[in-house]
Design a protein. Structure first.
Length: 168
């Protein structure tokens, strides 16, 4: 109990001493008050969960953690922006009505793919559908009740069987 009270007191002292500067660093890096606040809280949460062994340079440790969190947030925002831009372009392309001949070709191709999948072993068809729906190997293994290590081999065989039957 005494250790817990002592730990809380040390944490509160570190929080009071370093919070404003950690927040300031994050705000200058990110330019967003709410995000800086969130990451500052995350920084101190990490201090509470996994305090460094040596407390001599606690401020340096906190700033290093905060900067890593900040840079990760910037990279994530950049990735998200890129993905959203790509999704926007794709949505624009999807909203452009295709030429009637291309539409007929797409319908025929889909029908042929469905026919090939229907003629395959059920597990092979399920493997292909799950993988091309974005499932991970682990998720596929769980869904089909197979060993995660065998999904790659099973998937390669299913793809080969599909390619043998499919003629564009």
């Amino acid at each position: 109990m005494a250790q817990s009270i002592e730990r809380e007191a040390e944490f509160e002292a570190a929080f009071a001493e370093h919070y404003a500067r950690v927040y300031g660093v994050l705000f200058r890096l990110l330019g967003d008050r709410a995000q800086a606040e969130d990451l500052c809280v995350e920084t101190f949460w990490r201090l509470w969960e996994r305090a460094p062994r040596r407390q001599e340079n606690l401020g340096g440790w906190l700033y290093r953690v905060a900067m890593r969190l900040g840079y990760n947030a910037l990279r994530a925002a950049h990735r998200r922006e890129r993905y959203e831009l790509q999704a926007g372009h794709a949505a624009l392309e999807l909203n452009t009505p295709p030429e009637p001949s291309r539409l007929v070709e797409q319908q025929q191709e889909r029908a042929q793919v469905r026919a090939v999948l229907a003629g395959m072993k059920e597990r092979d068809a399920q493997l292909l559908i799950l993988r091309h729906s974005g499932f991970t190997y682990r998720e596929i293994a769980e869904a089909l009740g197979v060993a995660p290590g065998s999904v790659g081999t099973l998937l390669a065989r299913a793809e080969e069987a599909f390619e043998q039957r499919y003629t564009p």
